[in-house]
Design a protein around this ligand. Structure first.
Ligand SMILES: C[S@@+](CC[C@H](N)C(=O)[O-])C[C@H]1O[C@@H](n2cnc3c(N)ncnc32)[C@H](O)[C@@H]1O
Length: 202
């Protein structure tokens, strides 16, 4: 990694906060901030976290759901195990149909929230990264439709670009209320934003 990038990261407020508070990634604060505003995860909930490695969102979700809830982290890469009994993780590619089956088998009941921070490997070619991200977000939406309980919530990362409006329309077809969110912890210069679909339509 370039030295300048490592130095910049060390100066970053949320990077240092995550280190101090023992979160595995600064991304945890993006989830905390979005949930604080829209309350789409609550105590006792069952949460599926897609693209969960190294596990910052898992920790944040577990803190919100508490001991009565359940968090399942899914990633194509292995996730270091957690000691909490109500956190489970699986290795799975969200583009593979079998992954949905695996998720359903692991859940104690259908999910109250499906959250996705899945990112493709960034190529640096903006249109390509946008298209890949939208493709993964659509796959996350399909998993959400199969694993959420009626009136469940869906929260997903996307990159801004020309395919975004079509994706938002797709989310609107399935959820009562749709919000576009840029949490404070998300870098201002990053094109990432989050789409929240609240209350799956019956
Ligand atoms: C930005 S990171 C997630 C960070 C995580 N939310 C956290 O707080 O620690 C994006 C993750 O998406 C995962 N990913 C990319 N493509 C995937 C796929 N097809 N299926 C599952 N996970 C994928 C990557 O392996 C990576 O760990």
């Amino acid at each position: 990694m370039p030295k300048a990038w490592i130095q910049k990261r060390k100066r970053d407020y949320y990077y240092r906060k995550a280190k101090e508070e023992k979160y595995r990634s600064r991304a945890a604060y993006k989830l905390f901030q979005a949930v604080e505003k829209y309350r789409f995860i609550k105590e006792g909930d069952v949460v599926v976290d897609l693209g969960a490695a190294p596990g910052g969102w898992i920790q944040a979700a577990r803190k919100i759901v508490g001991t009565a809830g359940f968090v399942l982290g899914v990633d194509i890469k292995p996730i270091e195990p957690f000691s909490e009994k109500n956190i489970k993780t699986i290795i799975g590619d969200i583009t593979e149909p079998d992954t949905t089956k695996q998720i359903l088998e692991m859940l104690p009941r259908k999910a109250d929230a499906v959250i996705s921070d899945v990112s493709p490997n960034i190529s640096g070619v903006w249109e390509l990264d946008h298209a890949r991200q939208i493709d993964l977000a659509q796959r996350a939406l399909e998993i959400a439709l199969e694993t959420l309980n009626p009136s469940g919530n869906f929260f997903v990362k996307v990159f801004q670009g020309e395919m975004l409006n079509d994706f938002i329309s797709m989310v609107k077809r399935h959820f009562e209320d749709v919000k576009i969110i840029k949490p404070k912890a998300s870098m201002a210069k990053s094109s990432e934003i989050f789409i929240l679909g609240m209350h799956l339509k019956g």
